[in-house]
Design a binder for this molecule. Structure first.
Ligand SMILES: *[C@@H]1O[C@H](CO)[C@@H](O)[C@H](O)[C@H]1NC(C)=O
Ligand SMILES: *[C@@H]1O[C@H](CO)[C@@H](O)[C@H](O)[C@H]1NC(C)=O
Ligand SMILES: *[C@@H]1O[C@H](CO)[C@@H](O)[C@H](O)[C@H]1NC(C)=O
Length: 445
């Protein structure tokens, strides 16, 4: 039987939806193809053929101590399958379960036909400040641990790698008690460092990554504020030995990189993808991933804060989903909830005092399928909050609301809801004894 093209596409789209996501949803609890939470924090990405390998920190034990460097594969950057662990603890070494292994990055060394992993190797109190190296013949390994040491005798904490077009590779690292940032060339085997080509004195940079676009080296990095976010920055140079430009914002400073920290910057067409971590320090395994397009079209790379978006790898482009916005202040309030007014809120108003006896119900139109809904919220203080979300009177789900840092800074968090076709009522803040964040609006995708 011949299926019509629209029907075939309809069936394919349905399959993709059932398999999880054909879209990237920053801040969502991302699951792998087995349905488990995706544990690959502090990401490093390497592409081999048409397969992307995502290596990262498995923090499912909710601890900063080393459990495993995980390895996931994907051909679309959205659907990830967990493979064997790339690096596992070895007792009585710097990669034991009482040590820290962070920010694994892998590059391929064609001279030795070998994958080389570099990572931040540390003691539990971050006092050792070393790099570690491990090697393997395949991208997921398992890798054989070689050594941990202080490169050129100096501290190295947060680090990244950059491999240039000519095969020269570089360690990017926070050195000298996180004061000075260094870029140091690797030897031909990628086993050790040789010469420091750039040193940004007093730059206090962490979480570095470099993407080369159109002959220009773009360094992305955060500043130092522990697990808490800060405004990540971009620096540019036409040579890795500098001079580097002064720092530029990649997002409005107040949103602190949409509560995230850079981990990896993956070229995409003439732009890139920012891959960051939204660390949750009290429950590290629940930390989520904030991936956004990095748009270079204005000359300064800027994060495109898309709630729901997709990548076209063949074309090197992305597209941002559009949704329908509903203002919280137009909802039906109950109990002690109130209207707050401030020019930073969309429409000038939000609903406050949600939770602890206050709630608001918003009527939205649905498509009769599982849909992403983004909650735009602000939190007057610097605590994390959470809110109950109840659809059509059903039992609530709890959604975490990261600290917005005080003031009336607005962030969004996603929730997936199975909306009825037509009218639906979504209630926020009911049945919780703690205060939720103030709700500005929601967008239904
Ligand atoms: C790296 O090179 C230095 C010399 O610059 C040497 O002292 C050190 O042992 C080497 N480290 C490793 C792990 O090979
Ligand atoms: C509205 O508030 C009343 C009490 O003030 C409470 O009994 C009821 O459950 C609330 N309804 C919702 C939807 O929160
Ligand atoms: C919601 O937040 C409160 C206050 O921070 C916390 O005590 C509670 O455990 C959280 N609930 C859930 C389900 O995360």
């Amino acid at each position: 039987m011949l299926l019509s093209l629209p029907l075939i596409f309809g069936v394919l789209a349905g399959l993709l939806e059932v398999r999880g996501q054909s879209v990237i949803v920053p801040g969502a609890q991302w699951t792998d193809t087995s349905g488990n939470s995706l544990q690959a924090h502090g990401a490093g990405i390497i592409k081999v053929g048409s397969t992307f390998y995502w290596l990262g920190e498995d923090k499912s034990h909710n601890s900063a101590l080393f459990k495993a460097v995980s390895c996931y594969t994907s051909t679309d950057l959205v659907t990830w399958s967990r493979q064997n662990d790339a690096l596992s603890p070895i007792a009585n070494t710097m990669i034991s379960t009482s040590n820290v292994v962070e920010r694994p990055k892998v590059i391929f060394n064609s001279k030795n036909n070998e994958y080389v992993m570099w990572f931040h190797s540390d003691s539990s109190n971050y006092g050792a400040a070393e790099v570690g190296v491990a090697t393997a013949k395949t991208p997921c390994g398992p890798y054989t641990y070689k050594a941990s040491w202080k490169p050129l005798g100096a501290d190295s904490r947060d680090e990244g790698l950059f491999q240039d077009d000519n095969g020269n590779a570089y360690l990017l690292y926070a050195s000298d008690n996180n004061q000075n940032f260094k870029i140091t060339q690797l030897d031909a085997d990628y086993y050790n460092v040789t010469t420091t080509v750039s040193q940004l004195d007093g730059a206090t940079l962490e979480a570095p990554g470099i993407a080369k676009r159109n002959g220009v080296y773009w360094l992305f990095a955060s500043h130092t504020s522990g697990w808490a976010p800060n405004p990540n920055k971009a620096f540019q140079a036409t040579s890795l030995s500098g001079p580097w430009s002064s720092q530029a914002d990649i997002a409005p400073e107040s949103v602190r990189t949409y509560y995230s920290q850079n981990a990896y910057d993956l070229p995409l067409g003439s732009n890139a993808i920012y891959m960051g971590d939204r660390w949750r320090s009290d429950l590290l395994g629940s930390s989520t991933y904030i991936w956004y397009p990095l748009d270079f079209s204005s000359g300064t790379p800027t994060l495109v804060a898309a709630d729901v978006w997709s990548v076209n790898l063949a074309a090197g482009t992305w597209s941002v989903a559009s949704g329908t916005a509903y203002e919280a202040e137009n909802g039906v309030r109950n109990g002690s909830s109130t209207i707050l007014t401030d020019s930073s809120f969309s429409g000038g108003s939000a609903v406050g005092y949600l939770g602890n006896g206050g709630s608001v119900s918003i009527t939205v139109q649905g498509k009769g399928t599982a849909q992403w809904v983004s909650l735009y919220f602000a939190n007057g203080d610097s605590a994390w909050r959470n809110t109950t979300v109840s659809l059509n009177g059903g039992s609530p789900v709890w959604i975490d609301q990261p600290s917005t840092g005080g003031g009336h800074v607005i962030l969004s968090v996603p929730v997936k809801l199975s909306l009825n076709s037509g009218s639906n009522t979504i209630t926020f803040g009911a049945g919780q004894t703690n205060y939720a964040a103030d709700l500005d609006r929601i967008i239904v995708y």
